[in-house]
Ligand binder design. Structure first.
Ligand code: NAG
Ligand code: NAG
Ligand code: NAG
Ligand code: NAG
Ligand code: NAG
Ligand code: NAG
Length: 468
């Protein structure tokens, strides 16, 4: 009976499919499958007229500073009269559902990129197309992608820039917009998908969503990947050459806004007529990318099958070929094009700047056959920052080696000193003393170092560790 109703529903949808709209410059758009009428895309339809969406391209260069210039493919003199230069690389930044490219993270990203490289940075605004329901924005991104592809075509004609100089960065629905622009423009150098949207895209054919064929290199940061029974805004499956799943890819450290007990059906009802679509986890993807520009080694991704086993210490250190960095410098990884469907895991800090450096530590204690308490390591940098990590607690003995994987929020290259610290419990003898006989540290690149404490210390008193 239920199956019968589904067949009727499919049949009805099938009869309404087959419509098409055509727009000047951009061509025609149909609602034939896979655009509509397939599982996951039963409610989608045709895009609105781009004339109603006020799509704008704001150019930022080192010459413009904050005062961007509007460029338009319809009026070539706006390009010729701008600071756009084909001698530089060009980056387009594309926002997602319910957002804007006129202010906020899109503009901040352009300004930061310009501090580290001399590029043309183009902030794309499609606010008018992205502000209705989620479904209408899903439909509209097809014309936005086509409009970006058309703009690239005109830039090529006017200034002889090549798709090979172009990097598209898109968040959420903006990631699939970049995919659509890339599908229409062979030879784009790179597309970065920042938590590509899941609803209406998960499990769909590659044509409909961002996928590795949309550019020479596609890198993805998953920060709110939906995986039943958990709910999220991001796509769960791998969809690039390098897919990074920080903190497992679903729930981000320091965020508290997910409703883990929401039912999948409730979530789908919200998605169907959502007009706000935000969330801390989902936004972390562009925040991590932003910080990765400032902390090039702080987001190392380890290839592994499952997050849980990575978190417990599997897949460490990096394999012989090394590890890619999540974010801006992902394209420096030599093996970046060698395979798809490989997940890369890392843990981040809970607070900005989020960067962390994974280390395996082994501690051999001295001073007590048996006592109770906890042992910690304290990392210091030259700016006076300290980070403290607990290594073990409970029964402590010099006959046991304590092992812990730490995601240290201080760059090992900037670490000025490491201290051993222990604390007692109610039952610890007041005169008990402990020391770190040896502390062995393995870094992500496989590099090891050994530190030693001198003698023992009483609880609460740090013991400086020095090379043995
Ligand atoms: C789009 O831009 C035109 C001209 O700049 C303006 O008149 C119109 O109000 C804008 N539409 C929206 C929906 O913002
Ligand atoms: C823009 O200009 C203002 C004022 O000149 C300046 O303080 C600021 O650093 C610039 N950048 C941003 C992101 O506002
Ligand atoms: C094209 O852009 C220029 C500015 O670069 C402007 O002066 C001119 O009026 C525009 N032409 C049209 C037809 O909009
Ligand atoms: C463009 O970007 C690529 C990749 O990051 C880089 O190798 C190249 O030097 C850049 N070109 C220019 C002109 O900056
Ligand atoms: C994930 O993507 C891969 C490759 O695109 C595909 O083979 C696989 O079936 C997908 N898995 C799911 C659960 O959609
Ligand atoms: C720590 O490293 C030193 C030197 O490499 C080694 O002799 C010692 O056995 C290691 N300690 C542990 C607990 O593995």
């Amino acid at each position: 009976m239920v199956a019968g109703m589904w067949i009727i529903a499919f049949y009805l949808l099938g009869t309404v499919a087959g419509k098409e709209v055509c727009y000047p410059r951009l061509g025609c758009f149909t609602d034939d499958p896979p655009w509509s009428g397939i599982p996951g895309r039963l409610l989608t339809g045709l895009p609105d007229n781009p004339e109603d969406m006020n799509i704008t391209f704001s150019l930022y260069t080192r010459e413009t500073g904050n005062n961007s210039q509007l460029i338009s493919a319809i009026n070539c003199s706006t390009i010729q009269n701008s600071h756009f230069s084909s001698r530089r690389n060009t980056t387009f930044i594309i926002h997602g559902f319910g957002s804007t490219g006129k202010e906020g993270w899109v503009v901040e990203m352009c300004l930061l990129l310009l501090e580290v490289e001399n590029i043309n940075c183009i902030a794309v605004d499609w606010k008018e197309g992205a502000k209705g329901t989620y479904i209408s924005a899903v439909n509209n991104l097809r014309v936005i992608g086509a409009e970006i592809a058309y703009t690239i075509k005109i830039l090529k004609k006017v200034s002889r820039c090549s798709p090979h100089d172009i990097h598209l960065i898109g968040h959420s629905l903006g990631a699939h917009t970049a995919g659509e622009a890339g599908r229409r423009t062979p030879g784009i150098r790179r597309i970065t998908g920042l938590d590509p949207a899941g609803p209406c895209f998960e499990g769909t054919p590659p044509e409909v969503r961002l996928d590795p064929s949309d550019a020479n290199f596609v890198d993805i940061i998953h920060t709110n990947a939906a995986h039943f029974p958990a709910v999220g805004f991001g796509i769960h499956n791998t969809t690039g050459h390098l897919d990074f799943y920080p903190n497992g890819g679903t729930v981000m450290r320091g965020c508290t806004d997910l409703h883990p007990d929401m039912k999948q059906s409730e979530f789908e009802a919200i998605i169907a007529d959502a007009t706000v679509f935000g969330g801390c986890h989902h936004s972390r993807s562009h925040e991590y990318y932003f910080k990765s520009i400032l902390y090039p080694t702080g987001f190392c991704g380890y290839p592994c099958k499952k997050y849980d086993s990575f978190d417990l210490g599997d897949c460490f250190p990096c394999p012989k070929e090394g590890c890619p960095m999540m974010g801006h410098y992902a394209d420096r990884f030599p093996a970046k094009l060698e395979r798809i469907n490989q997940k890369y895991f890392l843990n981040t800090g809970a607070d900005p700047p989020f960067a962390a450096w994974r280390q395996k530590v082994l501690i051999q204690l001295s001073g007590a056959k048996k006592t109770k308490g906890n042992i910690k390591l304290v990392f210091h940098d030259a700016e006076g920052n300290t980070k403290t990590y607990e290594i073990a607690s409970g029964d402590l003995s010099e006959d046991q080696v304590y092992v812990k994987y730490l995601d240290v929020e201080i760059n090992p290259q900037k670490t000025t000193q490491i201290e051993f610290l222990w604390d007692k419990t109610l039952f610890t003898l007041l005169w008990a003393r402990l020391g770190a006989e040896t502390v062995n540290i393995t870094h992500g690149d496989g590099h090891r170092s050994t530190l030693c404490g001198r003698g023992t210390v009483t609880y609460g008193v740090p013991q400086l560790l020095t090379p043995c």
